[in-house]
Write a protein that binds this ligand. Sequence first.
Ligand code: ATP
Length: 594
Amino acid sequence: MKFALLAKTFNKIESTSGTLAKIDLLVKLFRGTSSDLVDKIIYLMAGHPSWMDEPEIGIAEKSAIKAVAQVHGISVSKLEEKLGKLSGQPESITVDLGALVESLKKSTRQKTLFDEGPLTITEVYESLKSIARFSGSGSSAKKLRSLEALLRRASPAEGKWIIRMVEGKFRIGIADKAILDALAITYTGDKVNRNVIETAYNICTDLGLIARTLAYEGLDGIKNIRIRVGVPIKMMLGQRLPTIEEILKKFGGTCGCEFKYDGIRIQAHKKGEIITLFSRNLEKITKQFPDVGEQIKRLPHDQVIVEGECVAIDPETQKLRPFQELMHRRRKFDIDKAIKQYRVKLFLFDLLYLNGKSYLNEKYEDRRRVLEETIAGSEMGLAEQRIVDNVDDFENFLEESLNSGCEGLMAKALNSKYTAGARGWSWIKFKFSYQEQLTDTIDLVIVGALMGRGKRAGAYGSLFGAIYNPDTDQFEISCKIASGFTDMDLEQFKKTFSSLQLVNKDSRVIDSPTIKPDVWFEPKVVLEVKGDEITLSSKYPAARDVIRKGYGLSIRFPRLVTIREDKKPEDATTRDELIQLYETQRTLQGKAKN
Ligand code: ATP
């Protein structure tokens, strides 16, 4: 199958608004694709040459720019200028490199090299895979040369999508959920089968593998999908409740309480000597935490999947250090130095897989017992736990947790399974702040900005944040964030957001006529914010009409807490959570009055 056909379909999907219409186009594409190609198309869309143990493409934006400059005989600085990347250029509508390649190829009418025939999907896929596999000395140069060779053969539209694949910036506004819908329609004829496919996807998030299984074996094959060590499992999440009484009631009087550590979640996979660490949004973070990887490697078992929270610690006293310290470890360079300067410890709290056996359907109590045995003798920590059956014990343990530098407690149902990808009622988080007033943080996807004035001229002065509605797969704007930014944050925003600028609003973003950003962004970055209160608002569309007709929910005086690099836009606070937080706040305010 020719790659040109794929590029044409992607162009169509990109310019189509509305998720359903985009899904229709994907279905058409899959229907015209042979079974052996469907996984390759999906991996190309993800900018990933495949899952299992494969390295990433590994071409940074700067190198991609170099390759484009070389192919078109222009200087790197000229290209950077066109991209709006030079200092003092943040206001310009920056073009992404893919779109720039397309227009360069069109305008220079550079001859596409058809000597070897037009590009096929398999060729592009295999080239990117071999680019990913170059390693060791001289690998950067080899990667660049291969990319240049691919670009030379590409037509304008093909060049655009090759660059976007390499950069992992696909921008066709289609999330995994929509791809699952399209797969269900294509291979089972009915969208209702999405649920079965999604269940398999939650325990084996290799979307290419899911698609290939569906194409060859249909739904029966999907039902036989099992955990694969090295392929991340969607993480189980918790709910919130405002009072200890309600939590105990929910669990029939007794539950397991664990310290809620304030760090980043890691799902660690061990397959013999191969260790892979995944973040909350299932990105590989093995390279950033080689020290944690070594500790996992030393576990005396061949195949293991465990989860825990990685926290900064003081190596002398073993005391927990603030979350901000851990952020110094989320870097790609100078890792050895950072390891020495900022020590971390992984506190494990769950076991998902051990030597060929899945523990997902085992009870929490049993998983915890086997976890303890599995990590016995390791330098890693085990999350502090206590079984509680009354308010006093819960409060005492909460106090212990806070005194140790934790955020609060995770209460867990003793007989609960590990439900991959679900935010269910088997885990309930309880932060101290719930008892005072509503001060839990909220995670918002940034979808647009107003340009700064005065001291903030030239920067993105305030950002529009949105919550996520999983039912409609849309982002509903909830507030404008303008506080809590340091100068460093403003610099960081310039770098991060300028490459996400869009000419038009993303079709998944819900705004209202009174919201007028200067620029729109591709919904990608999640910021954690802390507000004073959740208020009813006629201006913002988040959860509109739920509490009061004509009103949405907004966050009063939101301040930036941190950038949540470990969260995808779909992991932001959901519409239901925001409503729940509003209800909780009302309950607490009512209590305070009485
Ligand atoms: P948050 O934004 O508070 O990190 P979240 O959206 O990542 O939450 P939740 O289900 O709301 O996920 O809260 C659980 C999170 O708390 C986990 O993702 C994990 O990172 C962290 N955590 C810390 N200690 C524990 C623990 N003992 N058990 C489970 N999760 C824990």
